[in-house]
Design a protein around this ligand. Structure first.
Ligand code: AHG
Ligand code: MN
Ligand code: MN
Length: 333
Protein backbone atom coordinates (compact mmCIF):
# COMPACT_ATOMS: atom_id res chain seq x y z
CA UNK A 1 0.00 0.00 0.00
CA UNK A 2 3.00 2.31 0.62
CA UNK A 3 3.47 2.99 -3.10
CA UNK A 4 0.06 4.67 -3.30
CA UNK A 5 0.73 8.30 -4.17
CA UNK A 6 -2.23 10.67 -3.90
CA UNK A 7 -2.43 13.65 -6.23
CA UNK A 8 -1.94 15.98 -3.29
CA UNK A 9 1.33 14.24 -2.35
CA UNK A 10 2.49 14.25 -5.97
CA UNK A 11 1.74 17.96 -6.31
CA UNK A 12 3.69 18.61 -3.10
CA UNK A 13 6.67 16.71 -4.58
CA UNK A 14 6.31 18.75 -7.79
CA UNK A 15 6.30 21.85 -5.59
CA UNK A 16 9.99 21.25 -4.79
CA UNK A 17 10.69 22.05 -8.46
CA UNK A 18 9.31 25.56 -7.90
CA UNK A 19 11.25 26.98 -4.94
CA UNK A 20 9.79 30.39 -5.69
CA UNK A 21 6.14 29.26 -5.53
CA UNK A 22 6.03 28.95 -1.71
CA UNK A 23 3.36 26.24 -1.75
CA UNK A 24 0.79 28.25 -3.69
CA UNK A 25 0.86 25.93 -6.72
CA UNK A 26 0.22 23.01 -4.40
CA UNK A 27 -2.81 24.78 -2.96
CA UNK A 28 -4.18 25.68 -6.40
CA UNK A 29 -3.94 22.18 -7.80
CA UNK A 30 -5.26 20.67 -4.58
CA UNK A 31 -8.25 23.03 -4.85
CA UNK A 32 -8.84 21.90 -8.44
CA UNK A 33 -8.61 18.21 -7.45
CA UNK A 34 -11.14 18.89 -4.67
CA UNK A 35 -13.54 20.59 -7.10
CA UNK A 36 -13.13 17.65 -9.49
CA UNK A 37 -14.28 15.29 -6.72
CA UNK A 38 -17.40 17.42 -6.20
CA UNK A 39 -18.23 17.37 -9.92
CA UNK A 40 -17.46 13.65 -10.18
CA UNK A 41 -19.89 12.91 -7.34
CA UNK A 42 -22.79 14.17 -9.45
CA UNK A 43 -21.58 13.17 -12.92
CA UNK A 44 -21.38 9.48 -11.94
CA UNK A 45 -24.97 9.59 -10.66
CA UNK A 46 -26.30 12.05 -13.27
CA UNK A 47 -29.22 9.79 -14.12
CA UNK A 48 -30.45 9.90 -10.52
CA UNK A 49 -30.28 13.55 -9.63
CA UNK A 50 -32.35 16.17 -11.36
CA UNK A 51 -29.36 17.40 -13.35
CA UNK A 52 -29.96 15.80 -16.68
CA UNK A 53 -31.38 17.56 -19.66
CA UNK A 54 -31.40 21.20 -20.65
CA UNK A 55 -31.80 24.30 -18.54
CA UNK A 56 -33.68 26.04 -21.30
CA UNK A 57 -31.02 28.78 -21.44
CA UNK A 58 -28.19 29.36 -23.91
CA UNK A 59 -24.66 30.42 -23.00
CA UNK A 60 -22.32 33.00 -24.48
CA UNK A 61 -21.38 30.38 -27.05
CA UNK A 62 -24.96 30.33 -28.26
CA UNK A 63 -25.19 26.73 -27.11
CA UNK A 64 -28.03 25.22 -25.13
CA UNK A 65 -26.85 24.83 -21.54
CA UNK A 66 -27.34 21.51 -19.79
CA UNK A 67 -28.03 21.30 -16.09
CA UNK A 68 -24.76 19.47 -15.51
CA UNK A 69 -22.84 22.25 -17.30
CA UNK A 70 -24.21 24.73 -14.78
CA UNK A 71 -23.86 22.38 -11.82
CA UNK A 72 -20.18 21.76 -12.61
CA UNK A 73 -19.64 25.47 -13.18
CA UNK A 74 -21.20 26.44 -9.87
CA UNK A 75 -19.31 23.74 -7.97
CA UNK A 76 -15.95 24.88 -9.34
CA UNK A 77 -16.59 28.57 -8.79
CA UNK A 78 -17.87 28.13 -5.22
CA UNK A 79 -15.39 25.44 -4.11
CA UNK A 80 -12.32 27.13 -5.57
CA UNK A 81 -13.46 30.73 -5.22
CA UNK A 82 -13.98 30.20 -1.47
CA UNK A 83 -10.29 29.41 -0.93
CA UNK A 84 -9.18 32.80 -2.22
CA UNK A 85 -6.16 31.51 -4.12
CA UNK A 86 -7.34 32.72 -7.51
CA UNK A 87 -7.64 36.46 -8.10
CA UNK A 88 -9.75 36.03 -11.23
CA UNK A 89 -11.44 33.21 -13.17
CA UNK A 90 -12.80 32.67 -16.66
CA UNK A 91 -15.34 29.99 -17.49
CA UNK A 92 -16.89 28.76 -20.72
CA UNK A 93 -20.29 29.23 -19.05
CA UNK A 94 -19.74 32.86 -17.98
CA UNK A 95 -19.58 35.65 -20.54
CA UNK A 96 -17.60 37.92 -18.22
CA UNK A 97 -14.63 37.18 -15.95
CA UNK A 98 -15.42 36.02 -12.40
CA UNK A 99 -13.85 37.85 -9.45
CA UNK A 100 -14.04 35.57 -6.36
CA UNK A 101 -15.32 37.44 -3.28
CA UNK A 102 -12.16 37.11 -1.16
CA UNK A 103 -9.54 37.39 -3.92
CA UNK A 104 -7.22 39.79 -2.07
CA UNK A 105 -4.57 37.10 -1.57
CA UNK A 106 -4.96 35.41 -4.93
CA UNK A 107 -1.92 35.44 -7.22
CA UNK A 108 -3.25 33.21 -9.97
CA UNK A 109 -5.75 33.03 -12.79
CA UNK A 110 -7.99 30.00 -13.41
CA UNK A 111 -9.64 29.42 -16.79
CA UNK A 112 -11.83 26.39 -17.22
CA UNK A 113 -14.37 24.43 -19.20
CA UNK A 114 -16.48 23.02 -16.37
CA UNK A 115 -18.10 20.27 -18.40
CA UNK A 116 -16.62 19.32 -21.78
CA UNK A 117 -18.67 17.10 -24.08
CA UNK A 118 -22.11 18.35 -23.02
CA UNK A 119 -23.81 16.53 -25.89
CA UNK A 120 -22.77 13.27 -24.24
CA UNK A 121 -23.96 13.92 -20.68
CA UNK A 122 -27.42 12.32 -20.89
CA UNK A 123 -26.25 9.24 -22.77
CA UNK A 124 -23.57 8.07 -20.36
CA UNK A 125 -20.62 8.78 -22.63
CA UNK A 126 -17.37 10.17 -21.17
CA UNK A 127 -17.31 13.90 -20.43
CA UNK A 128 -14.66 16.01 -18.71
CA UNK A 129 -13.46 19.20 -17.05
CA UNK A 130 -10.50 21.16 -18.48
CA UNK A 131 -8.48 23.79 -16.57
CA UNK A 132 -5.64 26.22 -17.18
CA UNK A 133 -3.66 28.22 -14.59
CA UNK A 134 -1.61 31.42 -15.06
CA UNK A 135 0.25 33.75 -12.73
CA UNK A 136 -1.60 37.02 -12.18
CA UNK A 137 0.03 39.91 -14.08
CA UNK A 138 -1.71 42.70 -12.11
CA UNK A 139 0.31 43.45 -8.96
CA UNK A 140 -2.78 44.12 -6.78
CA UNK A 141 -5.03 40.98 -6.79
CA UNK A 142 -8.08 43.12 -5.98
CA UNK A 143 -7.54 44.85 -9.33
CA UNK A 144 -7.36 41.59 -11.33
CA UNK A 145 -8.90 42.10 -14.78
CA UNK A 146 -9.56 40.62 -18.22
CA UNK A 147 -5.98 41.27 -19.39
CA UNK A 148 -4.79 38.81 -16.73
CA UNK A 149 -6.94 36.17 -18.47
CA UNK A 150 -5.64 36.90 -21.98
CA UNK A 151 -2.10 35.57 -21.73
CA UNK A 152 -0.59 33.29 -24.43
CA UNK A 153 -0.79 29.58 -23.56
CA UNK A 154 3.00 29.45 -23.23
CA UNK A 155 2.59 31.46 -20.00
CA UNK A 156 0.56 28.74 -18.26
CA UNK A 157 2.05 27.52 -14.97
CA UNK A 158 -0.21 24.45 -14.85
CA UNK A 159 -2.97 22.79 -16.86
CA UNK A 160 -5.00 19.63 -16.70
CA UNK A 161 -8.25 17.84 -17.23
CA UNK A 162 -10.51 15.33 -15.53
CA UNK A 163 -12.21 12.67 -17.62
CA UNK A 164 -15.38 11.18 -16.13
CA UNK A 165 -15.45 7.84 -17.92
CA UNK A 166 -15.37 4.14 -17.07
CA UNK A 167 -12.93 5.35 -14.44
CA UNK A 168 -12.34 8.96 -13.40
CA UNK A 169 -8.83 10.13 -14.27
CA UNK A 170 -7.21 13.49 -13.55
CA UNK A 171 -4.21 14.46 -15.69
CA UNK A 172 -2.05 17.53 -15.04
CA UNK A 173 1.24 19.18 -15.87
CA UNK A 174 3.20 22.00 -14.23
CA UNK A 175 5.77 21.94 -17.03
CA UNK A 176 7.58 18.97 -15.54
CA UNK A 177 5.99 16.10 -17.42
CA UNK A 178 2.41 14.85 -17.58
CA UNK A 179 0.96 12.74 -14.78
CA UNK A 180 -2.34 10.86 -14.49
CA UNK A 181 -4.30 9.89 -11.38
CA UNK A 182 -7.20 7.47 -11.16
CA UNK A 183 -9.95 8.14 -8.62
CA UNK A 184 -10.44 5.37 -6.04
CA UNK A 185 -13.95 5.85 -4.65
CA UNK A 186 -13.27 3.44 -1.80
CA UNK A 187 -10.86 5.95 -0.27
CA UNK A 188 -11.98 9.15 -2.05
CA UNK A 189 -8.53 9.87 -3.47
CA UNK A 190 -6.93 10.38 -6.89
CA UNK A 191 -4.02 7.89 -6.95
CA UNK A 192 -1.02 8.08 -9.29
CA UNK A 193 -1.68 5.63 -12.14
CA UNK A 194 0.07 7.15 -15.17
CA UNK A 195 3.44 8.73 -14.24
CA UNK A 196 5.30 10.74 -16.90
CA UNK A 197 2.90 10.13 -19.79
CA UNK A 198 4.61 10.39 -23.19
CA UNK A 199 2.59 10.27 -26.38
CA UNK A 200 3.71 8.12 -29.37
CA UNK A 201 5.31 10.01 -32.31
CA UNK A 202 2.52 8.63 -34.51
CA UNK A 203 -0.59 6.55 -34.00
CA UNK A 204 -3.33 4.83 -35.93
CA UNK A 205 -6.35 6.98 -35.05
CA UNK A 206 -7.69 10.21 -36.45
CA UNK A 207 -10.50 12.09 -34.70
CA UNK A 208 -12.65 14.39 -36.85
CA UNK A 209 -16.37 14.99 -37.21
CA UNK A 210 -16.80 13.74 -40.78
CA UNK A 211 -20.44 14.76 -40.63
CA UNK A 212 -19.09 18.25 -41.32
CA UNK A 213 -17.32 17.10 -44.53
CA UNK A 214 -19.40 19.42 -46.71
CA UNK A 215 -18.33 22.35 -44.48
CA UNK A 216 -14.60 21.60 -44.74
CA UNK A 217 -12.26 23.52 -47.04
CA UNK A 218 -10.64 21.65 -49.96
CA UNK A 219 -7.33 21.03 -48.16
CA UNK A 220 -9.12 19.40 -45.23
CA UNK A 221 -11.10 17.19 -47.62
CA UNK A 222 -7.84 16.19 -49.33
CA UNK A 223 -6.33 15.26 -45.94
CA UNK A 224 -9.37 13.15 -45.04
CA UNK A 225 -9.21 11.31 -48.38
CA UNK A 226 -5.46 10.73 -47.83
CA UNK A 227 -5.76 9.37 -44.28
CA UNK A 228 -8.42 6.87 -45.45
CA UNK A 229 -6.44 5.61 -48.48
CA UNK A 230 -4.76 2.21 -48.11
CA UNK A 231 -0.98 2.44 -47.93
CA UNK A 232 0.84 -0.12 -45.77
CA UNK A 233 4.10 1.86 -45.69
CA UNK A 234 2.41 4.72 -43.85
CA UNK A 235 0.03 2.60 -41.79
CA UNK A 236 -3.02 3.87 -43.66
CA UNK A 237 -5.97 3.82 -43.54
CA UNK A 238 -6.10 5.17 -39.99
CA UNK A 239 -9.13 4.23 -37.90
CA UNK A 240 -11.75 6.82 -37.02
CA UNK A 241 -12.32 7.44 -33.34
CA UNK A 242 -14.61 10.42 -32.62
CA UNK A 243 -16.44 10.54 -29.28
CA UNK A 244 -17.69 14.14 -29.43
CA UNK A 245 -16.05 14.94 -26.09
CA UNK A 246 -12.74 16.65 -26.81
CA UNK A 247 -11.25 15.56 -23.51
CA UNK A 248 -12.06 11.88 -24.20
CA UNK A 249 -10.72 11.94 -27.76
CA UNK A 250 -7.61 13.79 -26.60
CA UNK A 251 -6.97 11.41 -23.68
CA UNK A 252 -7.21 8.29 -25.86
CA UNK A 253 -4.88 9.76 -28.50
CA UNK A 254 -2.45 10.93 -25.80
CA UNK A 255 -2.09 7.37 -24.52
CA UNK A 256 -2.29 5.38 -27.77
CA UNK A 257 -1.13 7.91 -30.37
CA UNK A 258 -3.25 9.65 -33.00
CA UNK A 259 -4.46 13.05 -34.11
CA UNK A 260 -7.53 15.12 -33.22
CA UNK A 261 -8.58 17.79 -35.71
CA UNK A 262 -11.32 20.39 -35.44
CA UNK A 263 -10.61 22.40 -38.61
CA UNK A 264 -12.17 25.63 -39.86
CA UNK A 265 -15.69 24.95 -41.22
CA UNK A 266 -18.21 27.13 -43.04
CA UNK A 267 -20.17 27.24 -39.74
CA UNK A 268 -17.10 27.92 -37.54
CA UNK A 269 -14.58 29.84 -39.69
CA UNK A 270 -12.13 29.85 -36.76
CA UNK A 271 -12.94 26.33 -35.63
CA UNK A 272 -15.38 25.55 -32.83
CA UNK A 273 -13.06 24.90 -29.90
CA UNK A 274 -12.11 27.66 -27.49
CA UNK A 275 -8.50 28.75 -27.22
CA UNK A 276 -8.29 29.72 -23.53
CA UNK A 277 -9.93 26.75 -21.78
CA UNK A 278 -9.81 23.93 -24.33
CA UNK A 279 -6.94 24.33 -26.82
CA UNK A 280 -4.31 25.98 -24.58
CA UNK A 281 -4.46 23.60 -21.60
CA UNK A 282 -4.51 20.51 -23.83
CA UNK A 283 -1.70 21.95 -25.98
CA UNK A 284 0.46 22.47 -22.86
CA UNK A 285 -0.17 18.87 -21.81
CA UNK A 286 0.35 17.52 -25.33
CA UNK A 287 3.71 19.27 -25.78
CA UNK A 288 4.84 18.19 -22.32
CA UNK A 289 4.09 14.60 -23.40
CA UNK A 290 6.15 15.05 -26.60
CA UNK A 291 3.24 15.83 -28.95
CA UNK A 292 2.30 18.85 -31.09
CA UNK A 293 -0.59 21.33 -31.09
CA UNK A 294 -1.24 23.98 -33.74
CA UNK A 295 -4.09 25.73 -35.49
CA UNK A 296 -2.93 24.12 -38.73
CA UNK A 297 -0.07 26.64 -39.05
CA UNK A 298 0.88 28.29 -35.75
CA UNK A 299 1.73 26.78 -32.40
CA UNK A 300 -1.37 27.03 -30.17
CA UNK A 301 0.69 28.16 -27.16
CA UNK A 302 2.06 31.15 -29.08
CA UNK A 303 -1.31 32.62 -30.04
CA UNK A 304 -1.85 36.04 -28.45
CA UNK A 305 -5.48 35.95 -27.22
CA UNK A 306 -7.80 38.88 -27.98
CA UNK A 307 -11.02 37.61 -26.36
CA UNK A 308 -11.86 35.28 -23.49
CA UNK A 309 -14.08 33.00 -25.60
CA UNK A 310 -12.22 33.16 -28.88
CA UNK A 311 -12.17 30.00 -30.96
CA UNK A 312 -9.34 28.34 -32.84
CA UNK A 313 -8.89 25.49 -35.28
CA UNK A 314 -7.13 22.67 -33.40
CA UNK A 315 -4.70 20.05 -34.74
CA UNK A 316 -3.39 18.16 -31.71
CA UNK A 317 -1.74 14.83 -30.89
CA UNK A 318 1.18 12.73 -32.16
CA UNK A 319 3.80 14.98 -33.72
CA UNK A 320 4.22 13.10 -37.02
CA UNK A 321 0.45 12.82 -37.53
CA UNK A 322 -0.16 16.51 -36.78
CA UNK A 323 2.62 17.53 -39.20
CA UNK A 324 1.05 15.51 -42.03
CA UNK A 325 -2.33 17.17 -41.41
CA UNK A 326 -0.64 20.62 -41.34
CA UNK A 327 1.08 19.95 -44.68
CA UNK A 328 -2.33 19.36 -46.27
CA UNK A 329 -3.80 22.38 -44.49
CA UNK A 330 -0.94 24.53 -45.85
CA UNK A 331 -1.37 23.21 -49.40
CA UNK A 332 2.03 21.47 -49.36
CA UNK A 333 0.48 18.12 -50.26
P1 AHG B 1 -18.47 21.65 -24.68
O1 AHG B 1 -19.37 20.53 -24.30
O2 AHG B 1 -17.58 22.11 -23.54
O3 AHG B 1 -19.18 22.76 -25.38
O4 AHG B 1 -17.41 21.06 -25.73
C1 AHG B 1 -17.89 20.35 -26.83
C2 AHG B 1 -16.82 20.33 -27.87
C3 AHG B 1 -15.79 19.23 -27.66
O5 AHG B 1 -15.91 18.57 -26.43
C4 AHG B 1 -16.04 18.27 -28.79
O6 AHG B 1 -14.84 17.75 -29.30
C5 AHG B 1 -16.73 19.14 -29.83
O7 AHG B 1 -17.44 20.11 -29.11
C6 AHG B 1 -17.68 18.34 -30.68
O8 AHG B 1 -18.18 19.25 -31.63
P2 AHG B 1 -19.04 18.68 -32.88
O9 AHG B 1 -20.27 18.10 -32.28
O10 AHG B 1 -19.27 19.89 -33.74
O11 AHG B 1 -18.17 17.65 -33.56
MN1 MN C 1 -15.58 21.90 -24.14
MN1 MN D 1 -18.20 22.88 -21.73
Amino acid sequence: MSNLITIERHILEQQRLFPEAHGELTDLLTDVAFAAKLVRKEVVRAGLADILGFTGSTNVQGEEVKKLDLFANEQIISAIGAHGRFAVMGSEENEEIIIPTNNESGNYVLLFDPLDGSSNIDVNVSVGTIFSIYKLKTSDPTKANLADCLQPGAEQVAAGYVIYGSSVVMVYTTGHGVHGFTYDPTIGEFLLSHENITTPKSGKYYSMNEGSYAQFNESTKKYLDYIKTEDKATGRPYSTRYIGSLVADFHRNLLTGGVFIYPPTTKHQNGKLRLMYEANPLAFICEQAGGRATNGRDRILDIQPAELHQRTPLYIGSTDDVIVAEEFEQGKR
